[in-house]
Ligand binder design. Structure first.
Ligand code: MUC
Ligand code: MG
Length: 372
């Protein structure tokens, strides 16, 4: 093999417009901020990654500005002249010097894996066990902020066989109005689809307790992160009280807080997201402890565009069972893409790409156009 050692690392912040406003409890996305990382080896080959963040600092404590600054200053010095195939060793070293910063670590680890796989001309999933699934169920998020539009959108998705699992973003505004909105959607498409909701930490325990009863009776099949991240005890009581699955999302970031969720039964399912956990190796560890504890696993998204979505698809393809399917629909919400490739969906399932690396070929004109 020619010169495999790392020569340079570059990070770019891009703002990508979405097709329609995407309303969450704490923010409405009109453009999504992402970080693209390009690691180049001494023979000019590139490994590419993406991490996306939602709503500046309103979703979590990683912002694109902080990710870029911390990668450039604190992580890059540990990479130069290393061989990317040692991504496990490199990331262990990085973790000794850089605490937290999971998104920044994911940006680097996944670009290293992409480069190592490209150097060997194999799909990236071959470097962490090989794929089990050729395709996975794919949910869509109804979040236009308007019940009628959401119903029309769901009907269109069912008609085109794109999605038959819908996650409804609630928690914005009056909780009773939120529940009525869910009821209307279930009335319209509930017989042909599975409905879940994501509250994104917006309800206190009392409100959650009252409204989950109604949601459960309507047939909602999973309730994502009702109370704030810190409220492990509230999550535990809600899990004990209801039959419907309570999914921990924002409260499962690191391996250690996922362990706490599992130990305290503060939920009965976890949402995986490679960026949130600090990369693929950590995602697989989290999936492992969730599997051991009998927790349900959900293939989550930070709404990445095609680059980050292919990374999530690749690691999810190696995880035995997704009780709740996946929601790696991100590219379908964007107006444009930074790659030559696109997501493929057939018969309600995302198809796992088998290309070399994570299979993303960057379009540098687009990168220049969308970078800050
Ligand atoms: C979240 O909290 O799950 C995932 C899908 C979506 O619409 O928003 C994200 C964030
Ligand atoms: Mg969520």
């Amino acid at each position: 093999m020619d010169n495999v050692f790392i020569d340079s690392v570059d990070t770019y912040i891009c703002d990508l417009p979405v097709k329609r406003p995407h309303q969450l409890a704490m923010t409405t996305i009109t453009t999504q901020a992402i970080v693209i990382t390009i690691i180049k080896d001494k023979s000019g080959r590139t490994g590419v990654s993406e991490v996306a963040t939602i709503g500046g600092a309103s979703y979590g404590d990683s912002t694109v500005e902080a990710i870029k600054a911390n990668v450039d200053k604190y992580i890059v010095p540990h990479l130069i002249d290393q061989s990317p195939i040692h991504f496990n060793r490199i990331m262990t070293t990085v973790s000794k010097y850089v605490r937290g910063n999971y998104f920044a670590k994911a940006a680097i680890e996944t670009a290293l894996i992409d480069l190592a796989a490209k150097q060997r001309e194999i799909p990236a999933y071959e470097l962490f066990g090989g794929k089990i699934h050729d395709s996975l169920p794919l949910a869509w998020t109804l979040a236009s902020g308007d019940t009628t539009k959401d119903i029309e959108e769901a009907q269109e998705m069912l008609h085109t066989k794109r999605h038959n699992i819908f996650k409804l973003k609630i928690g914005h505004g009056d909780p009773t109005a939120n529940v009525n909105h869910v009821g209307e959607i279930i009335k319209a498409v509930g017989d042909q689809s599975r409905i879940t909701v994501d509250i994104n930490q917006a309800w206190d325990e009392y409100t959650a307790s009252k409204q989950i009863r109604a949601l459960e009776e309507m047939g909602v099949s999973m309730i994502e992160q009702p109370p704030p991240t810190w409220n492990y005890e509230g999550m535990k009581r809600l899990t004990e009280k209801f039959d419907v699955s309570i999914l921990a999302d924002e409260s499962t970031t690191s391996l250690h807080d996922t362990y706490r969720i599992i130990k305290e039964r503060a939920g009965d399912a976890v949402a995986l997201k490679p960026a949130k956990h600090g990369g693929i190796l950590e995602t697989r560890k989290i999936a492992g402890i969730a599997e051991a504890a009998g927790f349900g696993i959900y293939g989550g998204t930070m709404i990445e565009s095609t680059v980050g979505n292919a990374i999530a698809a690749s690691v999810y393809s190696t995880i035995p069972e997704f009780k709740f399917g996946t929601e790696i629909f991100g590219p379908l919400l964007y107006q444009d893409k930074l790659t030559l490739e696109d997501i493929k969906v057939e018969n309600f399932e995302i198809q796992i790409p088998d290309d070399i690396g994570f299979g993303s070929t960057l379009d540098y004109d687009k990168l220049n156009h969308y970078q800050r």
